[in-house]
Design a protein around this ligand. Structure first.
Ligand SMILES: Nc1ncnc2c1ncn2[C@@H]1O[C@H](COP(=O)(O)OP(=O)(O)O)[C@@H](O)[C@H]1O
Ligand SMILES: [Mg+2]
Length: 100
């Protein structure tokens, strides 16, 4: 069997709300992706796609479960993962270098 490259195991994301309640945005996601495999995550607006990608990128933390890249747990951003944001995320008053 081919070695798994990216593994999501029982990933949950719970956002605290200003009213003191919690919002469960992602629940029990299990996904294994092999190296060079191309996977599309599709779903209606608000189903948790961006939240999931942010956690894989290490830009946001998981509430429970784990994300593993090459068997190493993801606990922050790194040069081995990249995200193209839906909206531009550049600060126009900074130079290209400062934005990077
Ligand atoms: N920081 C946050 N605080 C509270 N709720 C959030 C936050 N970010 C996202 N959500 C909620 O989590 C759900 C999933 O959002 P998102 O991952 O952006 O969906 P998608 O990318 O699939 O459209 C939505 O209901 C959204 O309102
Ligand atoms: Mg989105």
């Amino acid at each position: 069997m081919e070695k798994k490259f990216l593994s999501l195991e029982f990933v949950d994301k719970v956002f605290p709300l200003p009213n003191g309640k919690e919002y469960v945005a992602v629940k029990d996601v299990n996904l294994q992706i092999k190296k060079d495999e191309i996977v599309s995550i599709i779903g209606h607006s608000g189903c948790g796609k961006s939240t999931l990608l942010n956690m894989i990128a290490g830009l946001d933390t998981v509430s429970s479960g784990g994300i593993f890249l090459n068997n190493k747990e993801v606990n922050g951003p790194g040069p081995d993962r990249a995200v193209v944001f839906q909206n531009h995320s550049l600060l126009p008053w900074l130079t290209v270098f400062q934005n990077i």
